[in-house]
Design a protein around this ligand. Sequence first.
Ligand code: ZN
Length: 295
Amino acid sequence: MNNIKYWLSLAIMIIVLAACTDDDDPNTDVSVISIGTGESNDFDKYLEKIYTEPYNISFQYKLADIESDMNYQLVPATYENSVKMANLVKYLCLDAYEEVAPEGFLKVYFPKMMMMVGSGAYRNNGTVVLGTAEGGLKITLYDINNLDISNVERLYEYYFRTIFHEFSHILHQTKDYTTDFDKISSTEYVGGSWNDAWDGKSSLEAGFISDYSSKETNEDFVELIAHYITNTEESWAAKIEPAGDSGKAILEQKITIVKSYMKEVWSIDMDDLRAAIQTRAEKLDEQDFDSITIE
Ligand SMILES: [Zn+2]
């Protein structure tokens, strides 16, 4: 059973990342917010207040057929968990960026639609998709009905790294980073075979923070951001320790470029952003994620 779980979770991770698409330029001018025909409840009004008015983000939880992927049998997110997730994404993501990013940054660049799905999207082969993004506009998060706020590692793995990863694609698609980054691992990228290229070998030792990072430079770049800000200083050091001296040197060289890019282009200090997220993560159990009160 443990073996099955292991392979299943491996398949899950692989598919989460494989489902990521970044071929299209983000077009933040396009409104993807549709006029709903259903009745607006208190939660809808709350979402309007905390997502739509300040950020022009449409937070979808009702699984409208038109917005969900019809290739899968999907279960809607429960109302209770949708409320929790709305508050959680605001707390651990939007509010963290607000602490360190310039005024107006999120409203312009953050993906315009977030969609909650209760189940994973099960495929015929038994694997399951946990997160997808389309052209920087819309992020779909799956498995919301298994939300466990007490497990921050699971929150990062299932939801937040997907969000940070996709958001970071929008940034580099808007203003590209230096080609110096591309040169560091230029001969090591494996493209579409990232999935099995590291069988028996360590992508970390080759200077990649995840197997998926080895696909190509843009994935490498955004994976570094997503992993860096979802680790404390200590857990990051522990994470890259198995990379060995040469792997660590490569990772540090890349992170230096990522940090100066974020600082110079977006006026965001990555260490400040990480600190904002980590400080919030430590106080998760003190928060009320069930409230939809509008002050
Ligand atoms: Zn990606």
